[in-house]
Design a protein around this ligand. Structure first.
Ligand code: GLN
Length: 487
């Protein structure tokens, strides 16, 4: 048995049953990391010593018969835009190249409370802007299924570590698809929860009205388990949801889809969609029908405009959020400058990459007087309409099903000089963020070339339970491997 390749729930159970120890798991995992990571390049920082120390503490607790948490001894990798006390957190940017946060994000506190073990911080597109992880200032992560291809983005590192067996679970952030799109490209499960149910305290902000933290995993069970741990109200995040939310997804996971009403929007199956992906999704629809779900074609006409609204709103919010990186308070500062203006200009021009600058300019333009109504306000009106359109659909349907991406993972360098074609990679994912609804991507097939194909299931606000049930039912039937044959 390769213990480093087990799922999170299997690791926890085995450690508690004393079949092996947390130290065994961490040691085996780092052995694999030493062999595979040089090919995949998914981590920015590895925390081997700290991880071993924590594993020893957890083993001690178990040996002493003390109670342990729901992720006891489970290794987890964290996207490098989530603050970790005492561990470098760079956002894959030169701007934060030496930033060591003095505090933990709320999600990190919650993971540690449940005895998870942080393995390292993962590579990403700089400040989470991108769809291929090629915008990282430090390295290019490779897709573990084909090292000449991208892992998707912006959470490409977090998706790749799970697919390559370099961590059983990981956390990413999703502003317009950055969990689901890389999950689809790397053939793993990626879940963006309802806006507000997972605290974003300690997540370095990109588009605050859209950002959401969520898990990557090898199975729907592990996604449910991780979500149970990280979700919940947080007084440190003013957008955190204050009402009741379901706290137990695992007990209803296997309830099945009999009688479940599933809508399939016809707009998501147009000519830009790869034929192989379209066929695979249709096969999955048939599986769901065979399991007793009622599947119907629906129409969501306005969602087609989602992409433009998303890029205006997210860039506008980014231009404001990133104003704090000015070389004065913290972040990169050039050696020489003549006055404060020069300091700010040099800091920002030298430390931000091309895509980040592009978004700041786009966002500032959209917010400037004279253009505010034409762009930002219009985008907001669209956002509202998209939300209403989904709400109407969910009055009739339990969940909505679609492809996650229009193509399989593309080649490294293929789109890096063409931002517009890169933006199109998010065409099916951005709407969930605009509407604030939850959505999961699960692997549903492999293409002829052996590349993963992702299927997306969207639910109404706080509809996590329904989504997980449908995803679990499909996963049990489809049995697609989530471990990439890294070569
Ligand atoms: N790829 C999208 C973008 O570049 C989404 C990013 C994200 O979700 N963080 O903005």
């Amino acid at each position: 048995m390769q213990i480093e390749l087990l799922q999170a729930n299997e690791i926890r159970e085995s450690i508690i049953a004393r079949r092996f120890t947390a130290v065994d798991v961490v040691t085996a995992l780092f052995d694999r990391i030493k062999e595979v990571e040089p090919k995949v390049q998914a981590y920015i920082t590895l925390c081997e010593e700290k991880a071993l120390e924590r594993a020893k503490e957890i083993d001690k607790k178990i040996a002493a018969g003390e109670p342990v948490g729901r992720l006891a001894g489970v290794p987890i990798a964290i996207k490098d835009n989530i603050c970790t006390d005492g561990t470098l957190t760079t956002c894959a940017s030169k701007m934060l190249g030496d930033f060591v946060p003095p505090y933990d994000a709320t999600v990190i506190k919650k993971l540690l409370k449940e005895d998870a073990i942080i393995i390292g911080k993962t590579n990403m597109d700089e400040f989470a802007m991108g769809s291929s992880t090629e915008n990282s200032s430090f390295k290019t992560t490779k897709n573990p299924w084909d090292l000449t291809r991208v892992p998707g983005g912006s959470s490409g590192g977090s998706a790749a570590v799970v697919a390559a067996g370099l961590s059983p679970i990981s956390l990413g952030s999703d502003t317009g698809g950055s969990i689901r799109q890389p999950a689809a490209f790397c053939g793993v499960v990626g879940f963006k929860p309802t806006y507000g149910i997972v605290s974003r305290f300690g997540l370095i902000a990109f588009g605050s009205s859209l950002d959401q933290i969520g898990p990557f995993s090898k199975s729907v069970t592990d996604a449910a388990l991780t979500l149970e741990v990280i979700q919940g109200e947080d007084s440190l995040d003013s957008t955190s949801y204050k009402g009741e939310i379901k706290s137990d997804y695992l007990s209803t996971l296997a309830d099945g889809v009999k009688g479940m009403k599933i809508g399939v929007p016809k707009e998501f199956f147009q000519s830009s969609l790869d034929e192989e992906i379209s066929d695979s999704i249709k096969q999955s629809i048939q599986v769901l029908k065979d399991l007793g779900a009622e599947v119907s074609e629906i129409s969501l006409p306005i969602t087609e405009e989602g992409l433009s609204a998303y890029y205006i709103i997210s860039s506008a919010e980014a231009s404001s959020n990133l104003a704090r990186f000015d070389g004065v308070r913290y972040g990169y500062r050039p050696e020489e400058f003549s006055n404060i203006d020069d300091l700010m200009v040099k800091s920002r021009t030298e430390a931000f990459g091309k895509e980040v600058k592009r978004r700041i300019m786009l966002g500032t333009y959209a917010l400037s007087s004279g253009y505010y109504d034409a762009y930002y306000n219009r985008a907001h009106k669209l956002k509202k309409k998209i939300k209403e359109e989904f709400k109407k659909a969910f009055d009739e349907y339990d969940v909505i099903l679609s492809p996650t991406t229009p193509t399989v993972a593309f080649k490294c360098g293929e789109k890096s000089e063409d931002p517009l074609s890169m933006y199109l990679a998010d065409i099916y994912t951005v709407n969930a963020n605009l509407a604030g609804i939850p959505a999961i991507s699960i692997p549903c097939a492999l293409s002829k070339e052996g590349l993963p194909i992702g299927l997306q299931i969207l639910g109404p606000h706080f509809g996590e339970e329904k989504i997980l049930k449908a995803a679990y039912a499909l996963e049990q039937e489809l049995k697609v491997s989530t471990l990439a044959p890294v070569q």
